[in-house]
Design a protein around this ligand. Structure first.
Ligand SMILES: C[S@@+](CC[C@H](N)C(=O)[O-])C[C@H]1O[C@@H](n2cnc3c(N)ncnc32)[C@H](O)[C@@H]1O
Length: 337
């Protein structure tokens, strides 16, 4: 079988699947780790190739039903763990030597369209936004978090310039009665952003992103996930990340740039005192994006960016510089409600 396959064979629509398959070449067999199982699109496509094994992880309990059906079809080659990928090292043994560790970040189409989860603007159910294994829900954050903290979260995680105005408006409403669902929240944000004129995007998009990220500690997850995946990979193993918004992509890009063969010497006038070891070999500093045919079929793929690196032979070292660079996000998500 060729490393690309018809998307029609898979009910669910996995973003940039053909690019992922052509990078990892599952036709040569081997072990793969799918850190974001979702509807199982990537896992299934890999398992269709003889001689492959997949260890899949997802924090969402509802993905178990897709995992169970794959486990039936490939009983000896598929394992699933309901876990957060920041705990990769708890469920995957260090000696596994996977050929690739893959992250396809964000929400699945199943989560987005499930009104009970509260991710969509129209949801009238409980303001939840939990992906699974959470400490608090969006309801707690919106109704109880300190106003200034809420404003910072919206500004920093949502990259929303009107964070303060929105937090003030939310505070005004919640003082009267608790904000119970996503539809109410979206209309309060719309009120706060009365000068918003981009008809392509809902005015609440960035705030919803921020709240969702905070509830699920998505930056912390991403940073720890990248570090633990790197530790797990041995020479020649690949780290592949598909991201969907600029903050996520900035983190992935920085991680690869800081620890790859393409890292620049800080100044050409300074002597290179010692050759700093790197962790990855990068083919390009530029991300891959979905092609026009895929975008036509699935509009969500329009914002996808795929970056990957190949682990080199240097021993693993803790990426301190990376952690420090994004420490403010890390700390922000550590705040308790
Ligand atoms: C975009 S979907 C993945 C879709 C998948 N590639 C497919 O082909 O069906 C992202 C999935 O990652 C899961 N997820 C997000 N963050 C996670 C984390 N920190 N740990 C484990 N799973 C996570 C979500 O629950 C969701 O099911």
């Amino acid at each position: 079988m060729n490393a690309t396959m018809s998307l029609k064979k898979i009910e669910h629509y996995p973003v940039m699947l053909n690019q992922v398959l052509s990078i990892i070449s599952p036709q040569h067999g081997g072990t793969f780790i799918d850190c974001t199982f979702g509807g199982g699109g990537y896992s299934q496509a890999i398992l269709e190739f003889q001689g492959t094994k997949v260890f899949a992880i997802d924090r969402d309990k509802l993905t178990e039903k897709y995992a169970n059906s794959l486990a039936k079809k490939f009983p000896k080659r598929f394992n699933f763990f309901q876990e957060k990928f920041s705990n990769l090292d708890k469920v995957i043994q260090q000696k596994l030597e996977p050929r690739a560790v893959i992250f396809d970040l964000g929400l699945s189409s199943f989560q987005l369209s499930d009104k009970e989860r509260g991710f969509s603007f129209e949801s009238k159910d409980f303001l939840n936004m939990e992906m699974g294994i959470n400490e608090y829900s969006a309801y707690n954050v919106i109704n109880t978090l300190d106003k200034e903290y809420l404003s910072t979260i919206i500004k920093v995680l949502g990259e929303e310039k009107d964070g303060k105005i929105i937090a003030n408006k939310i505070d005004k409403h919640r003082k009267k009665k608790p904000i119970k669902n996503s539809q109410q929240l979206a209309s309060i944000i719309k009120e706060a952003k009365k000068n918003y004129h981009n008809y392509k995007k809902n005015p609440a998009t960035k705030t919803f992103q921020a709240i969702r990220m905070f509830v699920n500690k998505e930056i912390t997850e991403l940073m720890l996930g990248l570090i633990k995946a790197t530790k797990l990979l041995s020479n020649g193993g690949m780290l592949i990340v598909v991201s969907f918004h600029s903050l996520e992509d900035r983190i992935v890009k920085n991680f690869f740039n800081l620890y790859s063969n393409l890292k620049k010497n800080p100044s050409r006038y300074l002597p290179i005192k010692e050759k700093k070891s790197s962790l990855f070999k990068l083919v390009s500093k530029k991300p891959l994006v979905a092609d026009i045919n895929e975008i036509k079929k699935n509009i969500r793929s329009r914002s996808a960016k795929l970056r990957y690196g190949v682990r080199n032979n240097d021993s693993f070292f803790y990426p301190e510089e990376f952690k420090n660079k994004f420490l403010n996000y890390f700390k922000l998500e550590g705040g308790r409600t």
